[in-house]
Structures are given as C-alpha cells and as structure tokens.
Design a protein around this ligand. Structure first.
Ligand code: AMP
Length: 190
C-alpha cells in the first residue's frame, strides 16, 4: 500500500495536489479539514464541536481529530492506499497514526512537505477565501494564527518523520503541473 502524508502550511496546495495524486495512484484522499467542514455544514455534534476551533484558526483537539480519522480509514479498508491531507498536525497525531497503521500491518510510506513562502501563502488563502466562502480564509488575523499554529505545533511533525528518513521537502511554487511532477518523482522512490 502507498500511504502518503501530504504536508505543508495552509495554502501550500495540498488539496489541489492531492486531487491529482488520487487520480494517478488510485488512492483514497482523506482531508481532515474537508471532513470537519462536511460535519459543520450538516450540524453534526462533531461539526458543532469543531466549529469553535476552526473559526479561530486553532487546531481541533487531538482526540476528536484522531477518532474521526480512524473512523474514515476503517470505513474504507479496500483501497490501494491513503493520502492524508492536513493530518497529522501534531506529534500526538503522528504517533497515533503510526500505531493505528501498525495494528493493521501497514505504515506511513512517506511524508512530502510542500514548501511555500509565507507571503505567497497569505496571498493564496485570501484569493481562495473570495471564491470558497471559507471564513478562515477571509480574515488576515485568522490566517496569521493558522500559520503561527502550523509553525509551532505542526512543523515538528516534519522532523518526526525526517528522523525516520521518511520525509522530504518539495518546492510548492510554480505551475500546478510542475509541482505535481516534483511530487510524483519523489513518490517513485517510496
Ligand atoms: P484545512 O482545510 O486542512 O486547512 O483545515 C481547516 C481547519 O480544520 C484547521 O485550521 C483546523 O482548525 C482544523 N483541522 C484540520 N485538520 C486538523 C488536524 N489534523 N488537527 C486539528 N485540527 C485540524
């Protein structure tokens, strides 16, 4: 199985690239952000709980997020692999994912981190906010908080996998096609 973590700050293009990778490698795309938004739209208890964190640009607590992720994987056992997009975002989530996959006789094949400068992230997020209606993409202070949370809580996840020689950076600027080719050439070696 190919179990790929597509990593990077908000606005680095994870969702866009995940959609292309899914087609090429027939993987299941699991975006925890999309799962939360689906639950928020449908006013489920999970959505109501997540909303207060997401609106501020804070992380939803680990236990809630990890259980949601596990349920999604368990609902879809017969796939060629998974692309985890927006997960893991903390060391606790990374450890939980490793243990969870290990119990299934699987592992994380690798983590690819899209590298994009902060100014470009802010520009992209504000642009996306105009069309998507996502409130967390429309407010500069919420965007700044998301980037700060990424640097403080999520960036260490890269080092966690780097120590295990399972993480690499990929330049996330340029055309969508060029970035996609860079990702595919890294996946070739996994
Ligand atoms: P995203 O669509 O990945 O940018 O996620 C949108 C928001 O959902 C984030 O700003 C967090 O509030 C929340 N979220 C998504 N994934 C996670 C996660 N793995 N852990 C905690 N919160 C998350």
């Amino acid at each position: 199985m190919l179990n790929l973590i597509l990593f990077g700050p908000p606005g680095s293009g994870k969702g866009t690239q995940a959609n292309k990778l899914v087609e090429k490698y027939s993987l299941l795309h699991i975006s925890t952000g999309d799962l939360f938004r689906y639950n928020m739209k449908n006013d489920t208890p999970l959505g109501i709980e997540a909303k207060s964190y997401i609106e501020k640009g804070d992380l939803v607590p680990d236990s809630v997020t990890i259980n949601m992720l596990k349920a999604k994987v368990n609902e879809n056992p017969d796939v060629a692999g998974y692309i985890f997009d927006g997960f893991p975002r903390t060391i606790a989530q990374a450890e939980a994912l490793d243990n969870f996959l290990k119990e299934k006789g699987q592992n994380v094949s690798g983590l690819l981190a899209l590298d994009v400068p902060d100014e470009e992230l802010i520009k992209r997020l504000l642009e996306r906010g105009k069309d998507s209606g996502r409130k967390d993409d429309q407010d500069k202070s919420i965007i700044a908080n998301r980037i700060e949370v990424y640097n403080k809580e999520t960036a260490p996840v890269f080092d966690f996998y780097k120590k295990q020689k399972r993480a690499d950076k990929v330049l996330g600027v340029g055309s969508i096609e060029n970035i996609f080719e860079r990702l595919c050439s890294m996946i070739f070696w996994m």
